[in-house]
Design a protein around this ligand. Structure first.
Ligand SMILES: Nc1nc2c(ncn2[C@@H]2O[C@H](COP(=O)(O)OP(=O)(O)OP(=O)(O)O)[C@@H](O)[C@H]2O)c(=O)[nH]1
Ligand SMILES: [Mg+2]
Length: 440
């Protein structure tokens, strides 16, 4: 039997042990699986308590079974769900029994969603939204993923594609009547007007400047500065745990250390870097090199210094805030020479850190802007929409032969079809679904 016709199963819930684990089964033999394991087929969509038994009739667990006959199921195929006690031994016994059944095999990553996609339950942008929803860490990411899953981009792309196909029909009719100039003009004129309006609409969506993609990937804040000014102490305070080693020795941090923060729903990655100074130690040199390159790539740099290690920012970056640390120390208070810093804090005692956090949250809100209203959440979307827009723009060039106009419209419709996953080749789909979790 071809693998795509086989019945698949996977643990759909998280790491074991857990109170309950759910194993999902999808495919033509899902009903047989239930009969083998429980002795009967429960009524559709109703949870039924059952004894789960292996192939020789020995009891595996006391569980709950659900039966979702296709096509009204998550994948569009027959689906069974088994709720078991979440121990490794129970799950292993159940998986062993499932694997022993003919034409039943473990699912590949994303294979359930892929089957749902192939059965028309969702388009490719919605499948991507589902993957994003599963990986969402913050509220803003969750809301954006949910919008994608509900088809905000997919629905727009489908509408655009339908309109292009309507315009194409007019142009093709115009070509058929090309001997009768007036009729042809009456058909192609309105087609051009349609295309111009569409073109403007797609351009507007493309002009969102990647906010949706930013929300997916998060914003990066780098803490940089001379050695020993308290960079690692600050990241520990922001993370509320000891992620980085703190010591009175200059040159403690070498690797780049990252923590994920959730600032009011916005995903922010804060990185701690090696103190910047000239050093003969090759390991420290490499740390400094990494510190510079990561700070340069960050969206915001917190340049930390103290009265003792007073310094001006010595990194590149789109936005740099000067933060003066250790204001709890006497010399810090006495010193008035530092040209006004943006913030004065004590990473040690926590003084002033709340203000800094508030400012970071405001910065994040501005950085992400109206991200949630954005339609584009991935590079793939941007590229294909840009392709469609370019084809439409070319189709509007004055004096273009009708045949070429039609060809450009076909190309635009094709790009949108790829966005929706209608016309894609196997390897593209494989790449997208291969990144999903197993059991999804
Ligand atoms: N009094 C006081 N001491 C601090 C403060 N912040 C950090 N320190 C101390 O300063 C020393 C250096 O702190 P670190 O956080 O390791 O400094 P760093 O900038 O990460 O240093 P490198 O990794 O070597 O570049 C440690 O002894 C900390 O306890 C502060 O706000 N007040
Ligand atoms: Mg450090």
């Amino acid at each position: 039997m071809h693998p795509s016709d086989q019945t698949i199963f996977a643990l759909a819930t998280g790491a074991l042990p857990s109170a309950i684990a759910i194993v999902r089964v999808s495919g033509p033999r899902a009903g047989d699986v239930l009969r083998v394991l429980t002795g009967s087929l429960p009524p559709p969509r109703r949870a039924v308590r059952c004894d789960l038994r292996d192939a020789v009739g020995e009891m595996i667990d006391d569980g709950v079974a659900l039966w979702f006959p296709g096509p009204a199921s998550a994948t569009g195929e027959d689906v069974a769900e088994l709720h078991i006690h979440g121990s490794r031994a129970v799950a292993a016994a159940l998986i062993k029994t499932l694997s022993s059944l003919q034409d039943v095999r473990p699912a590949e990553p994303g294979e359930f969603t892929r089957r749902a996609f192939e059965n028309g339950k969702l388009d490719l942008t919605e499948a991507e939204g589902l993957d994003d929803l599963i990986h969402a860490d913050t509220d803003a990411q969750r809301r954006q993923a949910l919008r994608q899953l509900r088809g905000v981009l997919g629905d727009r792309a489908r509408r655009w594609r339908d309109q292009i196909i309507e315009a194409l029909a007019l142009v093709e009719a115009g070509i058929d009547f090309s001997d009768e100039g007036d009729v042809a003009d009456e058909l192609i004129g309105p087609a051009r007007a349609k295309i111009a309006a569409l073109s403007a609409e797609i351009a507007e969506v493309l002009a969102e400047q990647g906010r949706g993609e930013r929300l997916r990937d998060g914003m990066v804040v780098a803490i940089a500065g001379p050695p020993n000014v308290g960079k690692s102490t600050l990241i520990n305070r922001l993370a509320r745990r000891e992620v980085a080693i703190v010591s009175p020795h200059a040159g403690t941090t070498r690797d780049v250390i990252e923590v994920q923060l959730d600032l009011d729903g916005y995903p922010v990655t804060v990185i701690d870097t090696a103190g910047l100074r000239d050093s003969d130690d090759p390991v420290e040199q490499e740390g400094v090199r990494r510190a510079r390159s990561r700070a340069a790539a960050a969206d915001l740099v917190l340049w930390l210094s103290t009265a003792v290690d007073l310094s001006d920012p010595d990194v590149a970056g789109p936005e740099i805030w000067r933060v003066r640390n250790k204001i709890d120390l006497a010399e810090e208070r006495a010193d008035r020479s530092l040209s006004r810093p943006d913030f004065g804090i004590s990473a040690g005692t926590g003084e002033g850190v709340a203000d800094l956090l508030r400012a970071l949250t405001r910065f994040a809100a501005q950085y992400f802007g109206a991200a949630e209203a954005g339609l584009i959440t991935r590079e793939r979307h941007r590229t294909l929409l840009a392709d469609a827009a370019a084809s439409l723009a070319r189709s509007l060039r004055p004096g273009l032969a009708e045949e070429i106009l039609a060809e450009e419209l076909r190309a635009a419709a094709h790009s949108l079809g790829r966005l929706l996953g209608r016309v894609d080749v196997e390897d593209v789909l494989g790449e997208i679904f291969g990144r999903f979790c197993i059991g999804k």
